[in-house]
Unconditional design. Structure first.
Length: 497
């Protein structure tokens, strides 16, 4: 409790609160004194008050420097160089109204009461910026990490790695979970355990994060790309058939942006052609296919706990499986290929892909609240879809009847009929403090993998897709602000066309 409360306070201070006392100076103070206030508060400005403590002006470090360059001495009073009529707002002014007053030059606006006393500072960065994602680390993370440090278990020994693995197995409905240092290592380790190597081919969707293909390349095998479905954005089982050759060893379906891939046809193809299936569930913790958790299908599931994922350990990953042989081999290869019976005896060339006790401690705390994190992700997605439904030229993410999506990133398509391009929409949202990110480039166009093949659906999704802010910490009014901005930008531009 104590740790959580202290941590929350730190986070709150960093994100929201501005200590107004640190921004103020008296109108009679010298520009040297004012500069000291500016340097200390780090915001690049000082708010000036008169004898009766009423706001009378504002000076930026630029104003002071220009005055000095123009010949003013350091003893010059701040009231002689400050801006006497800067933009200010009254208490109670709507956030949107304040945002409209901001520009590349005006990033801070004093908020005054009816007596012209300063009650706050509307600061662009503090009040209006909406990131695409941010982790929520507000449970017992600090308590558990402190336990690791206090007990000296900071490396990969200690109780939290096993606890994290056991709890993840319970969450994921699998017999075994093996914690590793990141999601890419999980994929590589899975492929190595299954014996994938030089001369083999592994089928992957071209629309994914590059790590899916890179992990295949690390083994010496060749990633063979397949196009995706138009609605789920996931690997198209119909097109997998054409990519299977005598060299194919495995298929890696990716549950992109939190929506599960269509597993049944993939599994039956795999069975027919004797292929392994490795789920890349890096973005889909807790997603379900026909009521079954992703990562629990044969043969192996791979997860990432990078900072932007559904749960995080900073960097981290997990292999899940129901197969005891795969689990045993993964445990050995994770730890330099060392025999579990004979210390420092290495029957295999393994890797150091261990997760630390400290990272696992964060993971245990994150897992304790994963149900609520997923619930909020889904609620945010529902609100986005409700607000954006029917907006011309905006295509919303689907949730198939057989799927439970966790909406890792709420991602949309911007069609030509929206009126402006995807990139211009992103720029205009950014001007309003709303961060977005483009959907991944298809891997087959990246320099290491480029060939002349065309995968039109992935290419189109990549060209038109953007991910909207998707942090679990998003507030309802922020989602409303984002949706309103998307509607307004499209409408405004549409009229001019
Ligand atoms: C689909 C996919 N696969 C694999 C990875 C790799 O995970 P990590 O960054 O933990 O190595 C990611 C992570 O971003 C991902 O999105």
């Amino acid at each position: 409790m104590l740790f959580a409360a202290r941590y929350n306070k730190i986070k709150l201070r960093a994100k929201m609160a501005i200590d107004i006392r640190k921004l103020k100076t008296d109108s009679e103070s010298s520009i040297k004194e004012a500069m000291r206030v500016i340097d200390k508060n780090g915001l690049g400005l000082v708010l000036v008050t008169d004898k009766r403590k009423k706001f009378c002006g504002l000076a930026t470090d630029g104003d002071v420097r220009r005055a000095v360059l123009a010949g003013c001495g350091w003893k010059t009073r701040i009231k002689d160089v400050m801006q006497k009529n800067p933009v200010v707002v009254r208490a109670g002014t709507d956030k949107e109204e304040i945002l409209k007053l901001m520009s590349s030059k005006i990033r801070h606006i004093p908020i005054l009461d009816e007596n012209n006393k300063i009650i706050n500072l509307a600061s662009y960065a503090h009040f209006f910026h909406i990131p695409v994602t941010e982790p929520e680390i507000e449970g017992k993370e600090l308590e558990y990490v402190t336990d690791c440090i206090a007990t000296g278990w900071v490396s990969s020994g200690g109780k939290y790695v096993k606890l994290f693995e056991d709890n993840f197995s319970e969450f994921c409905q699998t017999k075994y979970s093996i914690a590793v240092s990141n999601g890419t290592a999980a994929l590589h380790l899975a492929l190595a355990v299954l014996g994938v190597g030089k001369g083999d081919e592994v089928i992957v969707p071209t629309l994914s994060f590059i790590a899916t293909a890179n992990a295949v390349s690390y083994t010496g095998a060749k990633p063979v790309f397949v196009d995706v479905q138009k609605d789920t954005w996931n690997i198209d089982p119909e097109k997998i058939k054409d990519a299977i050759t005598s060299r194919t060893k495995a298929i890696i379906p990716v549950h992109l942006y939190g929506h599960p891939a269509d597993m049944d046809p993939i599994l039956s193809l795999a069975k027919k052609h004797k292929l392994y299936v490795i789920e890349d569930a890096a973005e889909a913790h807790g997603a379900e296919y026909k009521g079954k958790k992703v990562g629990s299908f044969p043969d192996v599931g791979c997860f990432s706990f990078f900072g932007n994922k559904i749960i995080t350990t900073g960097e981290g990953g997990m292999i899940t499986t129901n197969n005891p042989d795969i689990a045993q081999k993964a445990i050995i290869l994770r730890d330099h290929g060392m025999s579990r019976e004979k210390k420092y005896w290495h029957p295999y060339i393994g890797f150091n892909y261990r997760l630390t006790n400290i990272q696992a401690a964060i993971g245990v705390a994150q897992l304790e609240k994963i149900a609520s994190l997923i619930k909020r992700k889904r609620e945010n997605a529902r609100l986005y879809s409700c607000l954006l439904k029917g907006v011309k030229g905006i295509v919303l993410p689907v949730e198939k009847k057989w799927a439970k999506s966790v909406y890792w990133m709420y991602s949309i398509l911007v069609e030509d009929s929206y009126g402006i391009s995807r990139d211009l929409l992103m720029r205009k949202l950014s001007e309003r403090g709303i961060d977005t990110r483009p959907v991944f480039y298809p891997i087959h166009i990246m320099p290491p993998y480029a060939d002349n093949k065309k995968f039109p659906i992935a290419e189109e999704i990549s060209r038109k897709g953007i991910s909207l802010p998707s942090a679990v910490s998003l507030k309802e009014d922020e989602i409303r602000r984002i949706a309103a901005a998307i509607k307004e930008i499209g409408r405004g531009r549409g009229k001019r066309c």
